[in-house]
Design a protein around this ligand. Sequence first.
Ligand code: NAD
Length: 327
Amino acid sequence: MKVLITGAAGRIGSCATDRLLARGDTVRGMDRRATGRSAAGYDEVVGSFDDAGAVARAMEGVEAVLHLGAFMSWAAKDRPAMFAANVEGTRVLLDAAAQAGVKRFVFASSGEVYPENAPQFLPVTEDHPLLANSPYGLTKLLGEEMVRFHQRAGSFEAVILRFSHTQNAEELLDEDSFFSGPRFFLRPRVAQQRGFGNEAVARLLEAADPGAPAHILARNEAGRAFRMHITDTRDMIQGLELALDRPEAAGGVFNLGATEPVDFPALLEKMSAITGYPVVTVDLPGAGVYYETSNAKMRTELGFRPEWTIGRMLVEAAEARAARMRK
Ligand code: NAD
């Protein structure tokens, strides 16, 4: 099968490319960054999703699309570029896929369409109301609507996957990584909040700085610690293959992510044992992050079997951290 993978230079797209090539598919990547990949059965188009010419070239001869590329940002300054990539770009890709006679289109949506950080009930299932409250979540919701439009029009078989928070294991203990740095390490969190313009939160966090690198255990204003899913990229790839291959996935919407949520106090304790950094607890204004999302539909209807628990991810994260320290 010839598959177009958008976001081929990204965390999930590069791993999906590896997997499909390994199983004998032909892959075309599309990303605004060149991947540097050279492999039998692989070619790529470097360009932006809202560039109709580049997208038409990317779509030539393609039977299925994994639309994994997106601009993920929560910074106000990035809003125009994010809507161009995620909304207009998705529209251009969908129209081109319909035109090219693509058979199946798999769309990477997000738990931010519910959103998971303000759930009306737990666990969050696919029936949860769609009440996105962040601009990024809104771009994903608008993307879903356009996918549903094409599904109704019979353009192709569409599958919507609402992705869990996803990480490569080696990112988990990396202070410099986009997600884990600010989530688990105090000083990167201060810098992130300052970058967002949340000066009051940045000061609150700074006041807890023990004068040396530390982990941050964030709690909400009532002292409840964070709980969320952290899914290993490799499990997401298993789910993507099921969405691509299984006839019964056609027309479906599925939460895709780890089965168990992660409780931050226990996780931070384990991280601290590895890094030797103390854990600093800070109660932040607001309701905080506390959710559990059900992947039961994906497991029962498509046979999804996630394998990478947070414990297994941490073992690899510790090895990767030790390797970085040796350099
Ligand atoms: P990533 O940032 O690692 O990769 C996204 C890729 O898209 C990047 O390589 C980037 O260059 C490319 N891209 C961005 N804008 C583009 C544009 N205008 N034209 C062409 N390419 C563009 O992200 P990821 O973690 O691999 O996520 C993959 C998908 O999963 C995204 O759609 C994301 O929104 C979704 N998702 C991710 C998470 C997560 O926690 N990682 C959670 C929910 C949903």
